[in-house]
Write a protein that binds this ligand. Structure first.
Ligand code: PBG
Length: 330
């Protein structure tokens, strides 16, 4: 039985029907807002390639989180930019490190209204800009794990609800899980950057976080863009090591990876709509070349449709404020 009996257009005939039939929804609580907090600055510093995003002071960080909470975004991923860097990235684990101070301050301000996720990596904290400690010009995986354990304990002690290791070291999830469990933090979750690709889409972030490697690149630890079966393996290994959630990153050029990981694991899947993806939308919108609101809606729906339950995005606050208007736009 087909045309003329079957007329798919019937279901598109008015807004109420379209709304009823829509398979994918987005709500503000699905969004995670990444925020940068920088030590030793008096004023927030705009990030050139990420219009609308800044490196926050501790004060402006709290104001921005409050504005996001008002529109329903309660989850935050925190990145710290320390005043000084060294070979070991000690700014990442000291008790009065910038992220630790930010965590304590946000917890004081918002209590359990805010879900605090701490990115755990070394690239913002090392003077060489790599995500681990070096042995010559190579990142030493297992020595880096010991440092990650120290960072995890310190972030948990400062109040992080969720630890999110992003360095792509082998065994990082297991190492962090065991430290958390032995330090009395069995209740803290791990969001693993499980399939993180070596991507040019991180360009603006490296300006934002001051984390570009001084030499070489990250292809020795981040994944090759041609691979999807390997992403499934990475995600499954992370779940076996104790990950409570797994992430695919970047999002838009990797929608098939999101789908594959969602189908082969049973934990919630996150996707990171990264800095370069944000920059492209903003650049085109500022030139008047695209309708930013409608493009953003399609991007977020697409990432959700691919299988991501949660989306990390610099658009989080703006998108959440706009979601009530999406029905009319659709
Ligand atoms: C740190 C880290 C990076 C991003 C998140 N955590 C950069 C990198 O790996 O170079 C990228 C985020 C973005 O581009 O928005 N390891």
């Amino acid at each position: 039985m087909s045309f003329p009996t079957q007329r798919p257009r019937r279901m598109r005939g008015n807004p109420a029907l379209r709304r009823l039939a829509r398979e994918t929804q987005i709500a503000p609580q699905d969004l995670i807002y990444p925020l940068f907090v920088r030590e030793a600055i008096a004023e927030p510093q705009p990030i050139d390639a990420m219009p609308g995003q800044v490196q926050h002071t501790l004060e402006s960080l709290t104001r921005e989180a409050e504005a996001a909470i008002k529109v329903g975004v309660r989850s935050f991923m925190l990145f710290g930019i320390p005043a000084g860097k060294d070979t070991q990235g000690s700014g990442a684990w000291i008790e009065d490190g910038i992220v630790q101070r930010a965590l304590r301050q946000l917890r004081d301000a918002f209590g359990s209204d805010a879900l605090l996720i701490a990115d755990l990596c070394l690239c913002e904290y090392t003077d060489h800009g790599h995500c681990g400690v070096l042995d010559g010009e190579r990142v030493d995986n297992d020595r880096t794990l010991e440092i990650y354990q120290r960072i995890a304990a310190s972030q948990a002690a400062a109040g992080a609800d969720v630890i999110a290791p992003s360095g792509m070291m082998d065994g990082q999830v297991g190492a962090i899980r065991s430290t958390l469990d032995h330090s009395g933090f069995t209740d803290r979750a791990i969001l693993a950057y499980a399939a993180k690709y070596a991507s040019a889409f991180y360009g603006p972030f490296r300006e934002a976080a001051g984390s570009a490697p001084r030499f070489g690149d990250r292809r020795g630890y981040q994944m090759d863009a041609g691979n999807v079966r390997e992403a499934v393996r990475e995600a499954r290994m992370d779940v076996d090591e104790g990950a409570d959630m797994v992430m695919v990153k970047p999002a838009l050029a990797f929608l098939d990876v999101i789908r594959a990981v969602a189908e082969s694991t049973q934990v919630p899947v996150a996707a990171y709509n990264v800095s370069g993806e944000y920059a492209m939308v903003k650049a085109a919108a500022l030139n008047g070349w695209i309708d930013e609101r409608r493009v953003l809606r399609e991007i977020l729906l697409g990432i959700r449709r691919a299988g991501a339950q949660m989306i990390l995005t610099y658009h989080a606050k703006a998108a959440a404020a706009d979601i009530p208007c999406w029905d009319e736009m659709g």
